[in-house]
Design a protein around this ligand. Structure first.
Ligand SMILES: O=P(O)(O)O[C@@H]1[C@@H](OP(=O)(O)O)[C@H](OP(=O)(O)O)[C@H](O)[C@H](OP(=O)(O)O)[C@H]1OP(=O)(O)O
Ligand SMILES: Nc1ncnc2c1ncn2[C@@H]1O[C@H](COP(=O)(O)OP(=O)(O)OP(=O)(O)O)[C@@H](O)[C@H]1O
Length: 501
């Protein structure tokens, strides 16, 4: 019998594989490639892969192949992304082999909870392979606060820079970011009904006013870029019946003393507080455990704002800010910028690799096209020559870098907050305002799976479609700006005191 010993934050839990019971697990969420269930008592989740319902071929994968695939994901998280993004932010998890009976029962149990839009894929019930991870929506604190359980904000920030590559053929790509262009295409093909006004360049800017606007836009139209959990349960985002007022009711106990109007908290004040807490967590530097201050300076590459973003001109007037260099946003953006050639510059190199592999198929392993994701792979990513010398090594290095960047462009950040108990507060000092709430927090990065090498031609075609569709749609219509759900206010600096855990 195999026993997995899982270490939790404070206490250890032992899960015995032969005693796995589907009733201990519940549906937690899903994306395009995986479905996640959480344990009802222990702070653990299982992440199981999904496949297109009609694609029975995965059922014929041997268990060994399926386990290898899961182990590859764990290795990529551990040996590549964790090294690039930072030890503290990435939880690589463990590959596990679950009893098939358990997985089949689990699949039946969660089916009714799944959103219809995701049911084109089915959970893998054939291999029993999964990744076991800490439940990042929870946080261990010294005290159990039933009134104000942990709050978790998940943001999928997407690409935070404009391509600076000389290979870019359409000027608009230097001016309008991929996310904002993609919105037009997504609306046209029915993926979403309402346009999001969120712009990743504002979130990644390090300018607190721009970040404020970006998060406000995420709250107004979350699409799949924002989710909020309370006590590990989804309360906002990725739901049909989303209501900002309901969210405010959930949030009120966390921000009790601010913005009282006739003895009542205004919704605006509560949401403002939430936005400030999120901004502070995103700018915090882990090592110091304190809120980092944005830096002023010149961008190293490309321009720093997107022409499609609705910004007040005066926000851009006082120069460019950059987030502190070791905060989570900077780490993600650095990894995203490994895509230095843009798909237009990368695609010819992909074709060079393809041609080479046709001639020398046995070289696929040495070049680590499908892994293993180990130190050697990381070395290839980090030390790829900056100039093209016509070699296969250069082409492969750039392809590896591009795939890492694609992972960073599609990851999510989870900010988990737990109100600090009075007993945990530091001695009062100048930074503490007694009226401001205080939180213990943790920041993690998730969904760091390797993007398949075979997807590169699809990326090339998609990029063309997005840009062409955008150009056509702005030519044919001028969209009036949508009214905001709540008024903007002056954006005070956040004076919350954070304690890293
Ligand atoms: O191409 P994009 O930018 O639309 O990103 C895809 C995501 O769509 P989004 O635009 O975030 O709604 C898409 O997310 P959704 O399924 O739309 O929630 C996936 O994350 C997809 O990655 P993968 O194929 O599952 O590994 C993502 O595909 P990759 O491009 O990261 O491979
Ligand atoms: N370790 C974790 N702790 C808590 N929740 C998690 C964890 N991992 C994933 N989740 C939740 O499950 C959801 C789906 O997971 P994930 O994003 O990894 O799926 P995916 O299919 O790879 O996504 P994508 O569509 O981006 O490819 C996440 O958005 C998050 O809400």
């Amino acid at each position: 019998m195999v026993i997995i010993v899982l270490t939790l934050h404070n206490n250890d839990c032992v899960m015995e594989l032969d005693k796995m019971d589907e009733n201990d697990w519940k549906y937690h969420g899903e994306g395009n490639k995986s479905l996640v269930v959480s344990h009802s008592q222990h702070s653990r989740v299982l992440r199981l892969l999904k496949y297109p319902a009609e694609n029975a071929e995965h059922a014929h994968q041997t268990t060994e192949q399926a386990f290898r695939h899961i182990q590859n994901i764990v290795d990529f998280n551990k040996n590549i992304m964790k090294q690039l993004l930072g030890e503290k932010y990435v939880h690589h998890g463990e590959a596990v082999k679950l009893p098939l009976d358990f997985v089949r029962q689990l699949s039946l149990k969660v089916q009714q909870e799944r959103p219809e839009s995701r049911c084109d894929k089915v959970m893998d019930t054939f291999s029993g392979c999964a990744v076991c991870l800490p439940n990042l929506t929870q946080i261990s604190t010294c005290h159990n606060n039933e009134h104000r359980p942990p709050l978790c904000i998940e943001i999928k920030p997407k690409c935070g820079f404009l391509p600076f590559s000389r290979h870019v053929s359409k000027e608009v790509k230097h001016k309008v970011c991929r996310f904002c262009m993609h919105q037009h295409f997504k609306l046209a093909n029915g993926k979403w009904k309402t346009m999001s006004r969120y712009c990743p360049l504002d979130l990644f800017s390090g300018n607190k006013q721009r970040m404020y606007i970006a998060i406000k836009h995420l709250l107004e139209e979350p699409q799949n870029n924002l989710r909020i959990f309370k006590k590990g349960e989804l309360i906002y985002g990725c739901k049909d019946d989303m209501d900002l007022n309901e969210l405010v009711q959930h949030l009120k106990p966390y921000f009790p003393t601010n913005g009282l109007i006739n003895g009542h908290q205004s919704s605006k004040a509560v949401l403002n507080e939430l936005i400030q807490v999120i901004t502070s967590a995103l700018l915090s530097s882990w090592d110091s455990g304190r809120i980092g201050e944005p830096r002023k300076g010149q961008p190293t590459e490309g321009r720093a704002h997107c022409e499609a973003s609705i910004l007040h001109r005066d926000m851009l007037r006082n120069g460019n800010h950059y987030p502190p260099k070791d905060c989570v946003l900077s780490k993600i953006r650095q990894a995203q910028m490994l895509d230095s050639l843009d798909i237009e510059g990368l695609y010819p190199l992909y074709k060079r690799v393809e041609q080479y592999l046709e001639e020398f198929p046995k070289e696929r392993n040495r070049l680590q096209i499908d892994g293993p994701y180990n130190e050697n792979f990381l070395e290839k990513v980090k030390n790829c020559p900056s100039e093209d010398d016509g070699s296969i090594e250069y082409a492969v290095g750039k392809v590896h870098q591009y795939r890492v960047a694609m992972t960073a462009k599609d990851c999510s950040v989870m900010i988990t907050l737990a109100p600090s108990g009075e007993e945990e507060l530091p001695e009062p000092n100048m930074e503490i305002q007694p009226s401001k709430p205080r939180f213990t927090y943790s920041v993690s990065i998730l969904d760091l799976d390797p993007k398949p090498y075979e997807n590169i031609p699809h990326q090339y075609k998609l990029d063309l479609k997005i840009v062409n569709y955008y150009l056509r749609s702005i030519q044919s219509k001028q969209e009036p700006p949508k009214p905001s759900l709540y008024l903007e206010r002056d954006h005070d600096d956040c004076t919350l005191v954070f304690h890293s855990v």
